[in-house]
Design a binder for this molecule. Structure first.
Ligand code: HDL
Ligand code: ZN
Length: 420
């Protein structure tokens, strides 16, 4: 070591430095199901919504013989009582979704040791929503929330059509699953809205009408990107309506507007319909479709997160092959500490910093707190190991460089990708 180079930072100091940076760097949450407060009841928050999260419904219905139909007939508070009893009282709340509720309540200053659900309800009943939004975002360390916005949602659409003063903390993303996955029916819906899609034939007339629809909604909601969740067996190129609409309308629209297209493949919808929103499962995705899209559309930008653990290595290698592909998040069934650690470690080792390790997928505002706190702990652990590995080569990463790297991982690389 030459005389004037600084002494290597001690391992404990490096760990503290990384932890401070990850903790204090605000994140851009690029995929959630939260809503600008202008959408009123669509923005879910509070203890009962936390407890009836579909992840917890799936877990609690395993701990009771109550017929599913009887559960669905209960009022929300009745469903929440059942979840609380099954997963927090009769069994220790060890699952990620259970622990998350407690992390959030604890961060909000509530004493979970009392295990007093009525008292928790009283506390939330007196909460002011604006203050709650600000406090949850501060506790979660989130600076911007990207919503999931669907023109096909009958509750959401009228709010956009009425118009409202946007809360700049809430960005939009244009979700088009029905357009791609339910084409013949959706063609009728577009016709009703005045788009001359013809009789649903996938011809140039239909494609230009779909492009007008996409252009209208892109102007209306100013999306960061367009997005779709696809089944594991989606193929591209292909003869499916989804593949043809992507080719003929969606990707030309994205290319001309510079908007990325986000693919979220791997969902097998309604594996158990009796569980309703909790009834979706997953399957191994054929990533050839994503590879073909990136290769055949170099002028388009693609975001991707894939649902099966077994797809993650191949997805990361695909990102090495195509710089018009930005991968993100440990989505849904992957959003558990053991897999976040495995996947994030692999991505840093293969991609360095050109990816986005996490999004929350929060459906309830308060979930931001636990989803980000839990993930930050793991991202910190991974980065401490990686910077320590680096330090052993004699390379000393300065605090400013670490701060830059963490900003990139927590939204900076994503925003750069949007601009490129
Ligand atoms: O399709 C999606 O965006 C998924 O995230 C689903 O909404 C899923 O129900 C979910 O909430 N996962 O976390
Ligand atoms: Zn989602």
């Amino acid at each position: 070591m030459n005389a004037n180079s600084p002494a290597p930072v001690a391992a404990s100091e490096l760990a503290a430095q990384v932890a401070r940076l990850v903790q204090s760097t605000p994140a851009y949450d690029l995929h959630t199901h939260l809503y600008d407060p202008a959408f009123g009841e669509l923005l879910l928050w509070g203890i009962d919504d936390l407890l009836v999260y579909h992840y917890l419904i799936a877990e609690s219905l395993r701990q009771t013989s109550l017929p599913f139909a009887d559960f669905w007939r209960l009022p929300k508070t009745g469903q929440a009582d059942l979840v609380w009893d099954a997963l927090f009282v009769r069994h220790s709340p060890l699952s990620e979704a259970c622990r998350g509720v407690l992390t959030t309540l604890h961060a909000l200053g509530l004493d979970v040791r009392r295990r007093d659900l009525p008292a928790l309800r009283q506390w939330f009943a007196q909460r002011n929503l604006d203050r709650h939004i600000t406090e949850c975002m501060e506790l979660a360390g989130v600076r911007r929330i990207c919503m999931t916005n669907s023109p096909f949602d009958p509750l959401e659409r009228p709010v956009w059509e009425r118009g409202f003063q946007r809360d700049e903390r809430f960005a939009a993303a244009l979700r088009i699953d029905p357009l791609l996955l339910a084409w013949p029916e959706t063609a009728a819906q577009l016709r009703e809205w005045g788009y001359a899609v013809g009789n649903g034939e996938l011809d140039d007339r239909a494609f230009s009408a779909v492009r007008r629809f996409l252009a209208d909604w892109s102007r209306k909601i100013d999306p960061q990107f367009l997005m779709v969740s696809l089944p594991p067996d989606f193929t591209f190129p292909g003869r499916s309506p989804a593949a043809q609409l992507l080719q003929g309308a969606v990707l030309p629209h994205c290319r001309d507007t510079g908007l990325p297209f986000a693919l979220m493949p791997g969902v097998r919808r309604q594996v158990n319909p009796l569980l309703r929103m909790a009834g979706d499962g997953l399957g191994l995705t054929d990533l050839r479709a994503l590879e073909n899209l990136c290769a055949s559309h170099p002028e388009n930008k693609f975001l991707a997160t894939v649902l099966a653990r077994e797809n993650q290595h191949e997805l990361t290698v695909l990102a090495r092959k195509f710089r018009n592909l930005h991968i993100f998040g440990c989505w849904w069934f992957l959003n558990i500490p053991s897999l976040i650690d495995e996947i994030t470690r692999m991505r840093v080792e293969l991609l360095g910093l050109s990816f986005t390790p996490q999004h929350s997928d929060a459906r309830i505002l308060d979930q931001l707190v636990y989803k980000w706190r839990h993930s930050r702990e793991i991202i910190t652990r991974v980065l401490v190991d990686k910077y320590s590995d680096l330090a052993r080569t004699g390379w000393d990463t300065t605090p400013d460089e670490m701060a830059r790297d963490v900003r990139n991982l927590l939204g900076g690389s994503f925003e750069q990708f949007l601009r490129q």
